[in-house]
Write a protein that binds this ligand. Structure first.
Ligand code: PXP
Length: 259
């Protein structure tokens, strides 16, 4: 199982002060040293964390593949093509969201996506689409020409946190998931079942399969067991742990769990 370390969250801290500290390039080299298989970054349209210059340097200096997450905005796609990461992961983007909430609507954006995928592939950039675990969306992802799908595990992570964590009793409780333990357990089982079926289906279509969002040291094991998933992209939980342990150790701990 490959681990893509999403270092956006290091840039979130840097941008809070608008200084070059913590240094994103140091984070990249530390992640490589700790055995990350891939560096993942997201160039958001509002540039709230990763900046154009970060993309430029990371794509130039990384000794391991770079997975650049991006929207389908044509200006952003042009930047991706110019920087030539190993792969682009197309994600939905809303200005007001805290993070990427939910997968791409491939049906609604079919023509724009097809055009973006074609352009990226002409530039020798592999393409992954960040989608919800859903067979129809998986089929459409194949039809627009994607090489890979990354299943959004946010719904799974939210149910897990409400079932096993203390989220329900905190300020961050998810109102629509304030349900009995029995109901949450059933929801979690259903979500895992859907993920499993989608992974098998994606593989049968010849798509590579990744997963990510909201994965942490507690909930990752079930996801690492999913059939045909070859890569997980994890950011928030690793960078959060690094505050207490250092980034290298936080990545090592996650790698150990994936083994
Ligand atoms: N994969 C994709 C496509 C994402 O957009 C994100 C969030 O930036 C992640 C993985 C990592 O999510 P998290 O930070 O919750 O681990």
């Amino acid at each position: 199982m490959k681990l893509g370390v999403n270092i956006d969250h290091v840039a979130v801290l840097r941008e809070a002060r608008k200084v070059n500290d913590p240094d994103i390039i140091e984070a990249m080299f530390t992640a490589i040293k700790a055995g990350a298989d891939q560096i993942t970054i997201h160039l958001r349209e509002d540039r709230r964390h990763i900046q154009d210059i970060d993309v430029e340097y990371i794509c130039k200096l990384s000794k391991i593949p770079v997975n650049l997450e991006c929207s389908i905005d044509s200006k952003i796609i042009d930047i991706v093509c110019k920087n030539k990461p190993h792969r682009a992961t197309i994600v939905p983007e809303k200005r007001e969201e805290v993070t990427t909430e939910g997968g791409l609507d491939v049906s609604k954006n079919f023509d724009t996506l097809k055009k973006a995928v074609k352009k990226l592939k002409e530039n020798e950039i592999a393409v992954s689409l960040f989608i919800d675990p859903n067979k129809e969306t998986t089929k459409l992802s194949k039809e627009v020409g994607a090489d890979m799908v990354e299943y959004h595990t946010g719904a799974y992570a939210n149910i897990y946190a409400m079932l096993y964590g203390n989220l329900k009793h905190s300020n961050h409780s998810i109102k629509e998931l304030e349900l009995s333990r029995e109901t949450l357990k059933k929801k979690l089982d259903d979500e895992i079942k859907t993920l499993k079926e989608c992974c098998k289906y994606a593989n049968s279509l010849g798509l590579k399969v990744a997963a990510g969002h909201g994965l942490n040291y507690q909930n990752v094991k079930e996801i690492a067991k999913l059939p045909f998933v070859e890569e997980l992209n994890i950011g928030q939980s690793i960078v959060a742990r690094s505050v207490f342990t250092g980034l290298e150790k936080a990545i090592n701990n996650m790698r150990d769990l994936l083994k």
